[in-house]
Design a protein around this ligand. Structure first.
Ligand SMILES: Cc1ncc(COP(=O)(O)O)c(C=O)c1O
Length: 394
């Protein structure tokens, strides 16, 4: 989007980046924390009590979370990354291999490495953007111990196919549901799935505690192991039976989590309605390929993610995104690099060919669908995307 002395094409003159009026009169954030007075009062009450560490409020949050997703147990932790670290540590040994989609947030893979195991990167599907189970199957070796399946952007992974593969090879499944609070598969919340489900409560997620996370499971043995790992491998005061960490949440954060949890179903309904509105309006535009909802699944729309088909546009994704931002539309790029191309993993896996993950990382951008959007915001998002598509199409 460099300045040029040549006259601007007429269709560019409407763009806010080139002097047109922006599609939204105010910046629309890609994510927004929703806090009401009761949320704040609940946090203040804990502060006033002086009991700030993990205590009865964390326990109440765990019970309420488990009940809401339909799991037997929930373990609160200090972040989604901590949830993954604990879950992997509970089931993996050094040298184990774990099938991980290459198109996800770094922690899905890096916490595998943190326990001395090896992420084996797999490609994703071009329609749902989640794990390509047939590609994963081809990468199974005698060392494969687990599948890390991600419900990416809130879209449930291909749960039935992943479960079938796991059963065939005796693999444990760790679901990364960091972006998928409230997502469902065949009518059931994804938090009720076996073996371990990991959540994040980072502020951009469907519900937040600031930083924070949760693990759910139906397995009493895994529950016990995860609780120990969260708390220094401790089984009794100052009795440590295994290596562990301090990954406890605090009652201050749990008070917020409890409140946010009660509003989650309403928020998910709004996210889904916002996504459906945008999909209806945008799906007929040329060159936009919107993430498809998993058949049998209910996407919880942490983000609405779109891949550009480059043959339809004169400019690349980064220019497209810069022009949309100038329209006051908050846009994210998740993720600009597949994990096998990250400096952390490039040396080992850089020559691997994972064509869909590589292609998506060059083509995707994410639009806001959070519950804080107004009808005017949604209309402005549609206007902005249309304007940029019209300006850039070939
Ligand atoms: C897919 C995925 N996994 C794991 C995480 C890690 O969660 P946290 O940021 O709470 O550590 C995130 C959060 O960004 C995520 O999006």
């Amino acid at each position: 989007m460099s300045e040029t002395s040549a006259p601007l094409p007429e269709r560019w003159q409407q763009l806010a980046a080139y002097g047109g009026s922006p599609s939204s009169p105010h910046p629309i954030p890609v994510a927004q924390v929703l806090l009401d007075d009761e949320d704040i009062a609940a946090v203040v009450e804990v502060l006033r009590s002086g009991h700030l560490r993990a205590g009865r409020v964390c326990e109440a949050f765990e019970e309420a979370f488990a009940a809401q997703v339909g799991a037997r147990y929930a373990i609160s932790v200090s972040s989604g990354t901590a949830a993954l670290h604990v879950a992997y540590a509970a089931v993996l040994a050094p040298g184990d291999e774990v099938l991980v989609p290459a198109f996800t947030f770094i922690a899905t893979a890096s916490m595998v490495s943190a326990v001395g195991a090896r992420p084996v990167f797999c490609d994703v599907r071009p329609d749902t953007f989640t794990l390509d189970v047939e590609d994963a199957r081809r990468r199974i070796t005698p060392r494969t111990r687990a599948i890390a399946a991600v419900h990416l952007f809130g879209n449930p992974a291909d749960v039935a196919a992943i479960q079938a593969l796991a059963q065939e090879y005796g693999l444990t499944i760790i679901w990364d549901a960091a972006q998928a609070h409230g997502a469902r598969y065949q009518g059931q919340d994804v938090g009720a799935l076996d073996d371990l489900v990991c959540y994040s409560f980072y502020p951009t997620k469907n519900m937040t505690t600031g930083e924070g996370g949760m693990i759910t499971t139906n397995d009493p043995e895994l529950y016990t192991r995860c609780r120990r790992l969260r708390d220094h491998g401790q089984v009794d005061r100052y009795e440590h039976v295994c290596l562990g960490y301090n990954y406890r949440l605090t009652d201050v954060m749990a008070a917020l989590g409890l409140r946010q949890l009660t509003r989650l179903p309403t928020w998910i309904a709004r996210r889904r309605a916002h996504a459906q509105y945008l999909i209806r309006a945008l799906q007929t535009l040329p060159g936009l390929h919107i993430q498809q909802e998993q058949p049998g699944g209910e996407h919880s729309y942490n983000l609405l993610t779109v891949a550009l088909s480059p043959e339809h546009f004169t400019q690349d994704r980064d220019t497209f995104v810069a022009l949309l931002r100038a329209e006051n539309i908050g846009v994210g790029v998740h993720y600009p690099r597949p994990l096998h191309h990250q400096p952390l993993y490039r040396e080992t896996y850089g020559s691997w060919q994972l064509p869909v993950a590589e292609s998506l990382s060059r083509r995707v951008f994410s639009l806001p669908v959070h519950p804080g959007l107004s009808q005017e915001d949604l209309a402005a998002i549609v206007r902005g995307v249309r304007k940029v598509v019209e300006a850039l199409h070939v």
